[in-house]
Structure formats: C-alpha cells, structure tokens
Design a protein around this ligand. Sequence first.
Ligand code: DC
Length: 232
Amino acid sequence: MTEKAPVIAVDGPSGSGKGVVATHLAEKYTFHLLDSGALYRLVGVAARQAGIDLDAESLDEGRLGDLAFRLDVAFEPTGDPEDPLILRLSGENVTDRVRSDAAGVDASRVAAIQRVRDSLFALQQSFRREPGLVADGRDMGTVVFPDADVKIYLTASAEARAERRYNQLKHKDIGVSLHDLFHSIQARDERDMSREASPLRPADDAYVIDSTDMTIEEVLDNVLALVTEKLF
Ligand code: DC
C-alpha cells in the first residue's frame, strides 16, 4: 500500500463504458469517485451561463482559465448506479444540462485549453482521500495521478460507443440521433487525442481493454480481477 490513499485510474474515450466501470468500482470498494469529465462539462456550462460563445473560432483562454479556477461545484452522491451524482453549479442543480451531448462537445473544447486544465488540477487531486479513489477521465493515469495503483484504459469502436451513448441519452436528451452522436464522438475523439494539452492516450503501464465485443459484465469481471490482483 502506498502512503497516499490508493487510486484506481479509469481512462478512455467517450462511451467506452468507463463511467459504468468507475461507478461500480467505487461502490464495491466504497472508494470516492472523481468524474473528471463532469468538471470539464461544468466549465462549459458555466461559460455558457457567463455568455461566452464556445462555438467561436478562437476562445479567450485566460477568461476560461479563471472561470475554471473559480468554479463553485458540488458533487452529491445519489446511491443510484444509473445516475450516481447530482451536479451543482453555484448551488443550482445542472445535472441534466451537464449530461447532454452538447455539454460534452463544449467540454471537449474547453478541455483543450492548458489553463483550464491547470485550474482543475488541484481540485481533481483533492478527491484523493482514504479509503481510496476511483478517478474517471482521459488523463487520470497519465497526468493527474501518474502514481495510480491501478490504471485501466477502456476503449471500443466509435460505432459501438455511439450506440451505447444513444441508448443512454434517448430518454433524456430529446432530439438526439444515432447518426449525430456517431459524428460527434468521432469529432471529440479527434480533438481529445490530437490536442497538445494532456492528449487522450493510454499510460505506458495501463491495462488496455477493448470492450467492442464484450458485455459490461465481461468488462467488469476483467477489471475486478485486475484490481484484486494489484490492490487487495
Ligand atoms: O468523459 P466525458 O464525456 O464526460 O468528458 C467530456 C470531455 O471532457 C471530453 O470530450 C474530454 C474532456 N475531458 C478531458 O479532457 N480530461 C478528462 N480527464 C476528462 C474529460
């Protein structure tokens, strides 16, 4: 056991199943849960509320960095594995807005800004507390917790991920279509993987799981076997 609280890092692209895996692990081991994607999504929502146009060709990096630094957020666990957190921005419940596909696209834009990433760094590390943390994101194993005890990188084909996102969102995000989601996932992959600031990639010591042809139960069996071997 390390001196600091143990960390299980779960990274991967949108729709890879990492949210389900991270929630399951946090529940099983009663670890804290960091949904770092939600933080970037909240920066996007806060920016829109402040009247910042995130579709503009060039973004005001200083202003967005400051906004991320001053972000007043609260994560409230619900105990519901389907929707594990209520997300608050300055006290207001913005969970549905944060989970929309549009918020994912905005998040991917603000996440490419190094100053935004720097602003969220200490906040993310502050989630590391006993008895341990499951950290879900894109750069948990590479940048935020490079000394994580277990690093998992989950991936799947863009088609499979679009279909999963569609099934998650169709009841909540009116007007969402499979076709649009597929293109939005491809665009986000491209932006998240090719950006200079902490690009999405597996850590050298990550255990990579391609879940395209696996059920969520098979993925969980693999992950639990790995965590048990490394941590318990
Ligand atoms: O996991 P998600 O779909 O909620 O993430 C939304 C966006 O935030 C994603 O497109 C990239 C960005 N992100 C990031 O750059 N680094 C993280 N650790 C988590 C998310």
